[in-house]
Design a protein around this ligand. Structure first.
Ligand code: FES
Ligand SMILES: [Fe+2]
Length: 395
């Protein structure tokens, strides 16, 4: 059982904190989740503290996520074996209560921490975390900010690589989200990318002047196109004048998109992505804002994120089968717009390598396309991505 989980998790960085559940999702019942290729069951102990162990019952393989919580243990629905948060078997109902329970009868257990309204998991079985979860400040914002969290995690199509790179990719907006983001430009703004000092994340920033210069369609939207949608948008979202846009990614799967007005930040769209299995990822997330705190905006925002993520899951789930896996398309052709998302594979690849795990994508140059020479014809375009990758590589 342990070796199966270990094999399944070899394609993910597991010595790392990810969001496993929203606090509100974890009540008095076990919550089964597929995380980093492992079936995990979360439950609360009698003190209300979250626990997580493998959901695969070592007796006959029933799913502990379908059992119930009794005291400090989760009870298997098949023959009633119970396991506590440390993974030890606490009861075998079919034998005398005095009969010893074999020490080897255990399930792998996982470190969990509850903070910021979320249950964080370190999905390396039987391991001691080497640092604390990174709970972003956006989760603790107080009035006049309003923070709206998606009520539950969602497991959607999209390998972790494809999902993360998609979250940092603006070039798909005008196509995949045509209906949801009507003003999205086909062009991509010239974000200045910098890697965090600890090399566990990176970000990009661009001023609105730069964005409009590069993506003229944004200016059209800013001046208004008329019509009902435009009217509702103006009423709901006041007249906002962004001066800067930024995005930031962290190794915890956290993606933060910040819009800033002349007076300071005014909204954050954020997501936490957690690897599910080879072709699916979890999404947790929300929106924080200090403007447009009206009912119409609230309703529109509530629908906005689920609509966007459903569109993303559709395109990622419908990639050709050979591109859906953990390494994405083998030999992807890298274009200029990819400089925004491409550093992700460098940093996550470094983290995989640090755990002694195989990296399922090329790390050098602007992807294998450029490396094999197939990108040479578009020198300028791939050169830009290569530059971003080289900057991340630190050489
Ligand atoms: S399968 Fe779990 S107790 Fe038998
Ligand atoms: Fe998207």
């Amino acid at each position: 059982m342990i070796s199966d989980a270990a094999a399944a998790s070899r394609i993910f960085v597991t010595r790392n904190w990810y969001v496993g559940a929203m606090s509100a999702e974890l009540r008095d019942k076990p919550l089964g989740r597929l995380i980093c290729g492992q079936r995990i069951v979360f439950f609360r102990d009698p003190d209300g503290r979250p626990q997580a162990v493998s959901a695969v019952c070592p007796h006959r393989g029933a799913d502990l996520g379908r059992g119930r919580v009794i005291g400090d243990s989760v009870e298997c629905p098949f023959h009633g074996l119970r396991f506590n948060g440390g993974g030890a078997c606490t009861r075998i109902p079919s034998q005398d209560a005095e009969a010893p329970i074999p020490r080897a009868l255990r399930v792998p257990s996982y470190a969990v921490v509850e903070q910021g309204g979320m249950v964080w998991i370190w999905p390396e079985p039987n391991d001691t975390p080497t640092r604390a979860p990174e709970v972003p400040e956006v989760l603790g914002l107080k009035a006049p900010w309003r923070v709206r969290l998606l009520p539950e995690g969602r497991l959607s199509a999209g390998s972790y690589l494809n999902t993360m790179e998609n979250a940092l990719d603006d070039a798909h907006l005008a196509f995949v989200h045509k209906a949801t983001v009507p003003g999205a430009s086909e062009r991509v703004a010239p974000f200045r990318i910098t890697v965090d000092e600890d090399r566990r994340g990176y970000g990009g920033v661009a001023t609105m002047a730069e964005i409009i210069a590069e993506t003229p369609a944004v200016a059209d939207v800013a001046t208004g196109s008329g019509g009902l949608l435009d009217f509702i948008g103006r009423f709901a979202f006041e007249s906002l004048k962004p001066v800067e846009k930024a995005y930031h990614y962290r190794m915890s799967g956290f993606v933060l998109i910040t819009t800033t007005d002349a007076s300071g930040p005014r909204d954050y769209t954020f997501a936490f992505f957690t690897p599910g299995d080879a072709e699916r990822s979890w999404l947790f997330g929300g929106i924080a804002r200090n403007h447009s705190l009206n009912f119409v905006a609230e309703r529109l925002l509530e629908r906005y994120m689920p609509a966007l993520t459903a569109e993303d899951a559709k395109i990622l789930g419908e990639l050709v089968p050979e591109a859906r896996g953990p390494g994405g398309l083998p030999n992807p052709f890298v274009i200029r717009a990819d400089r925004q998302s491409f550093p992700f594979r460098r940093l996550y690849g470094d983290a995989l390598a640090a755990e002694g795990k195989p990296v399922p994508w090329a790390l050098d140059g602007a992807g294998a396309g450029a490396a094999t020479g197939s990108g040479a014809a578009t020198g300028a375009a791939t050169g830009d991505a290569a530059e971003a990758v080289t900057a991340v590589a630190g050489r």
